[in-house]
Design a protein around this ligand. Sequence first.
Ligand code: PEP
Length: 244
Amino acid sequence: MNKIIVANWKMNPMSIEEAAELARGTDMKKVVIVPPFPFLSRVKDVLKHAKLGAQDVFWTDSGAYTGEVSPMMLVKLGVKFVIVGHSERRNYFHETDETVNKKIHAALTAKLSVIFCVGENKDVRKKGIRHAEEFIRHELQRGLESVAVPRHAKSIIVAYEPIWAIGTGDTATPNDIETMAMFIKEWFRKTFGAQNVPDVLYGGSVSGGSAHAIAKCGGIDGVLVGGASLRAEEFKTIVQNFKV
Ligand code: PEP
């Protein structure tokens, strides 16, 4: 089990100089730094320990797709990981399970590791944990449709990110996190066999204060951190909690 801490900077910081400084301050083993596209190259030059990730990817290598970035472009920049299906992309940019699926296929073909985000919204969660599990199962099935999971098992990471916990300060309880991580792993075990169970991360308002309890959750192999990844000292505290 490899602990992994993903720093999703989202659309921050504002300048390339600030990006370089933040990268220097958070450059640690086990960390994947995921800056906005324009900062990838500069951040890559700074990193000595952390790996580089991208926040999204398109599903073909080139062509008339204004505004998109292809898997091969990312690979050539030294990117190793890509986040696919983040709820902000599903919500604001109308990504669907189908587009998520195409992106996963393309990223894996390009030998990128995929951080596949799944997570239920508040309405689903209010109906109870079984409804939430059913929702997640559906996202997993649709997102991984026709993906040769056994061939790519080492390159797939699932990030369980309940939408109601992202950016709200309302972290899921350790019990909820553990229940869902176990559910996701069991689904992979039953569907693809015991050899093909991915690492599972939790994301949703992870902070310096909550990291200790999350690190102890069964089935959790790391965290995906948004807001707190922009605060170098707090991010270091989070990483310390996942040192094994
Ligand atoms: C995220 O970016 O997916 C995330 C979990 O953000 P935050 O930590 O700010 O909730």
